[in-house]
Design a protein around this ligand. Structure first.
Ligand code: UDX
Length: 444
């Protein structure tokens, strides 16, 4: 049992804190936002994440999980301090380290006895050293401490599962003592530990996310070639994915990646490369392909319909992926304003992300959490998120409700033959279009 303080109650901080508490540690999650802390005590989560509310409540009841806005006190009591604050993308693509530096300063001010200071936030290489020097500078009595980089690989929507069953834990530190302490904390979650230096651990996180993003952009480039040569990208992905050296994951072609990590981390890695004097062309291309996919979907819709002016579209999915209400860098936030600019009306469906999307989109569309209400009387349906509710649509009902049975699918959810039999014009990404002449000419 260790006494742990977690600074920052965002995705990473809250999930990690709850999981360390579940493993029997005494965890205090800290945040400067007092309202957030009060809500957490009352069982109100700041994010939607399956299983999180239950896990938090169980551990609050057991007395293993606490919340406070008095970060100083939590630091003084803790043996291990995790920094899990945000590192948003700055205007130049660099990670903004303001919150990390603030956290390091507060730790330095309140250092009482030996502590292990662990960075969980995704931070540029060299941040461990920055944290170390801030803590040293601000600590009055020259207290002993060690610095560890312990990046987080959890996925939104599967965060608890990913944290409880890690494929690996990466622990970067120059201190054997700190390594043992953090390795012991991870024993309940994984037996595979990668021991590294702080710098290597920091880079592992960026390299992992950039590699996954590269897989997605690669298959999207192949999809764009498939569109030109009449091939089917799902077959190509299946054919290459069975080679175990390639693997079949992250080969789902579509409108590209969004979310709080891949766009930010690819831009940050490019920045790290540039400032180290390296021209990382591959990552530039990954970002460019990703940005192009959204425009490609809109142009497919435009080609199918002729003019967009005066048309009404149903957009299915506002979240950047299913099982989350997160809309950061979500395709919908780009695509809906584009459709509006082209003179269209938009009705948008999402089961849980409407509140978040409204903050950005305001009244640019009519929102509903009922998918059939959304598709009703629309001239085309545009699929942007692979929600279960969308995958399981009663397509006959959809066809009856729509003005015009045209679906443009950014996630390749449906079988081409089935869509043909049902009488849809069905346009997806990197797969042959199912065209119904009469429908298209009606629509123009
Ligand atoms: C990602 C990493 O997976 C995780 O390890 C890291 O800690 C944070 O970033 P997350 O952003 O939650 O997690 O989502 P993920 O499930 O990885 O999907 C990212 C994006 O890629 C989504 O927009 C998703 O729709 C897209 N994607 C994913 C594809 O377009 N195709 C795929 O084959 C896989």
């Amino acid at each position: 049992m260790k006494k742990i303080a977690v600074i920052g109650t965002g995705y990473v901080g809250l999930v990690s804190g709850a999981c360390f508490a579940e493993a029997g540690n005494r965890v205090t999650c800290c945040d400067i936002d007092e309202k957030k802390i009060a809500n957490l005590w009352n069982g109100i989560m700041p994010i939607y994440e399956p299983g999180l509310k239950e896990l938090v409540q169980q551990n609050v009841e057991k007395g293993t999980l606490y919340f406070t806005s008095h970060t100083e006190e939590a630091i003084r009591e803790a043996e291990v301090i995790f920094i899990a604050v945000g590192t948003p993308m700055s205007a130049t693509g660099e990670a903004d380290l303001t919150y990390i530096k603030q956290a390091a300063g507060t730790i330095g001010d309140n250092l009482t006895g030996y502590k292990v200071i662990v960075t969980k936030s995704t931070v540029p290489v060299g941040t461990g050293k920055t944290v170390e020097s801030i803590v040293r500078e601000r600590s009055r009595d020259n207290q002993a401490f060690d610095i560890v980089s312990n990046p987080e690989f959890l996925r939104e929507g599967a965060a608890i599962k990913d944290s409880m069953n890690m494929e690996r834990a990466v622990i970067g530190t120059a201190s054997e003592k700190a390594f043992q302490i953090i390795a012991d904390l991870h024993k309940p979650f994984t037996s595979t530990i990668v021991k590294a230096t702080v710098e290597s651990a920091e880079l592992i996180k960026y390299a992992a996310n950039a590699f996954l993003a590269t897989k997605i952009s690669f298959i999207n480039d192949i999809a764009n070639i498939c569109d030109r040569v009449g091939a089917d990208v799902t077959k190509v992905a299946e054919g290459i994915g069975l080679d175990s050296r390639i693997g079949n994951k992250f080969l789902q072609a579509g409108i590209g990646f969004g979310g709080s990590c891949f766009p930010k981390d690819t831009a940050a890695l490019l920045h790290i490369a540039e400032s180290s004097g390296y021209d990382f062309n591959l990552i530039k291309a990954v970002i460019e392909t990703n940005e192009g996919q959204r425009a490609r979907l809109v142009s497919k819709l435009e080609t199918a319909l002729g003019s967009m002016k005066g048309k009404t579209f149903s957009v299915l999915g506002l979240a950047f992926k299913p099982n989350t209400n997160d809309t950061r860098y979500s395709p919908a936030l780009d695509i809906i304003p584009q459709l509006r600019d082209m003179g269209a009306m938009v009705k948008a469906f999402d089961p849980i992300a409407i509140g978040e999307a409204k903050k950005q989109l305001g009244n640019q569309c009519i929102y509903s959490d009922n998918v059939y209400e959304t598709v009703k009387n629309t001239d085309a349906c545009v699929i942007l998120t692979d929600w279960q509710e969308v995958k399981q649509l009663d397509l006959m009902k959809v066809k009856r409700l729509m003005n015009n049975p045209l679906i443009v699918d950014g996630r390749n959810l449906f079988d081409l033959e089935q869509m043909d039999q049902l009488g849809f014009t069905y346009i997806s990404m990197g797969r042959p279009a199912v065209q119904k002449e009469t429908v298209i000419s009606n629509a123009i």
